[in-house]
Ligand binder design. Structure first.
Ligand SMILES: [Zn+2]
Length: 432
């Protein structure tokens, strides 16, 4: 197989934001990841971009205007003026108000969105944004350290060109925000592997949440118990993805690579090694489909950086040494200075063979209900969300040339209806 063209998006400012003292989410992990990517020389093998920044308008593709306006206006200096909104939009505790919060959202969302545009235009085979993957954000509210759902927004962009998008989530937490957004449609199939039970956040994602209406059987959930190791994870991950791909025949894939499923994570309770986590990435890459690769959770930052560096190399088909290259961040990786230290814990693996076999069978039987590879009608579509060559904000009223539009596909009930946006106001679902 020939090597893929990889586009990598990194904003040098994204690692400088702070959620606040003691908060487990550390954007600095992205700086550490990039430091290793640079010093391993991986940047020479891919196209590196300083990404576009998402605008208010881009965020409103999914989120309500009231919510995005709140995100834009609030700051640590004026929180007392917004006390009512804070609880309404679930901002304050897990999702604190911090300096530059809106700029942070704009950076990670812009990078995912530009990745989607580059995939649509076939400028790359794989687009990577380690700062993205904030899968918990909802249409009207923040959740689980996530404010703006860059995944939903970039999938909406992919749907302008792709009839069927497969979303795969290997974060330890359920990909609830993405599942909810596409719960009623067959245009996106969401597959989430996560810890479920004992009130583990966010509490959703049991096997029987499989979608509704046109989306019935297009949400797949693999609820796992604590302590899962590489070998056991592969026993369920590979057959499930294989079956999903056979039945659904996606035309592109979005992979959320949350690294809180690694052993020794500050918040997680799984036991994957960096190589095991990376094997999922390799397996999905080998499907040979256009692929948007995103970050997500991950709270032991040195291991997050190791994991996403290893996975960058996997996507590039490059072999890199376990011995870390010299760089200014080397002290973070003491005492082993290795890319693959032993990060396993003594946690017992509670996922028995019988338990995993029963999940696999249930999923297989459910997928048999699917109409193979649902197709969509050719319709007028909105233009690319970004005018990448243009430094100004994209004008939502400008439409692309019809010859370009003709190449794309869209269902009858698309999110846009000419200039009228027919998005429902009273729920968190998107009609696509
Ligand atoms: Zn997570």
């Amino acid at each position: 197989m020939s090597k893929s063209t990889v586009a990598y998006f990194y904003d040098q400012d994204v690692g400088n934001f702070h959620y606040g003292q003691g908060h487990p989410m550390k954007p600095y992990r992205i700086t550490l990841t990039h430091g290793l990517v640079l010093h391993y020389g991986l940047y020479k093998k891919m196209k590196v971009y300083r990404p576009y920044r998402a605008t208010f308008h881009d965020m409103c593709r999914f989120h309500s205007e009231e919510y995005v306006d709140f995100l834009r206006r609030i700051s640590p200096q004026n929180v007392q003026e917004f006390t009512k909104c804070l609880s309404m939009f679930n901002v304050g505790e897990d999702c604190p108000v911090f300096d530059g919060m809106f700029d942070f959202c704009s950076m990670y969302t812009g990078a995912s969105l530009e990745g989607a545009v580059k995939l649509n235009n076939e400028h790359c085979d794989i687009a990577v944004n380690w700062s993205g993957g904030l899968h918990h954000a909802k249409k009207y509210e923040a959740s689980g350290f996530c404010y703006v759902n860059d995944i939903v927004i970039s999938i909406l962009e992919l749907l302008k060109y792709h009839p069927r998008v497969l979303y795969i989530d290997i974060d330890i937490h359920h990909g609830d925000g993405v599942q909810e957004a596409f719960y009623l449609t067959d245009r996106v199939m969401t597959v989430s592997f996560h810890k479920y039970g004992n009130f583990f956040f966010p509490g959703t994602g049991d096997m029987y949440e499989w979608g509704s209406e046109s989306g019935r059987y297009y949400s797949v959930n693999v609820p796992l118990k604590e302590g899962i190791d590489d070998q056991t994870y592969m026993q369920i991950f590979k057959p499930v993805i294989q079956t999903v791909v056979e039945f659904y025949q996606p035309t592109c894939v979005v992979l959320q690579c949350g690294a809180d499923s690694l052993g020794s994570d500050r918040l997680g309770c799984f036991n994957l090694s960096i190589k095991g986590h990376g094997e999922c990435v390799k397996f999905v890459k080998d499907l040979g489909l256009p692929m948007l690769v995103l970050g997500g959770g991950g709270y032991t930052k040195k291991n997050v950086a190791r994991c996403w560096t290893h996975e960058t190399a996997v996507l590039l088909d490059e072999q890199i040494s376990s011995e870390l290259p010299f760089c200014e961040y080397l002290e973070y990786f003491a005492p082993d200075f290795s890319l693959h230290p032993d990060i396993s814990t003594k946690q017992e693996n509670l996922n028995t063979k019988q338990y995993l076999d029963s999940i696999r069978l249930t999923i297989h039987d459910t997928l048999k209900n699917l109409i193979h590879a649902p197709s969509v009608q050719i319709q007028d579509v909105p233009p690319d969300l970004l005018s990448l060559e243009n430094t100004e904000e994209p004008d939502p009223d400008v439409r692309n040339h019809t010859d370009e539009v003709d190449k794309r596909v869209e269902p009858a009930n698309e999110f846009y209806d000419g200039d009228k946006d027919n998005d429902k106001e009273n729920d968190g679902f998107i009609e696509v």
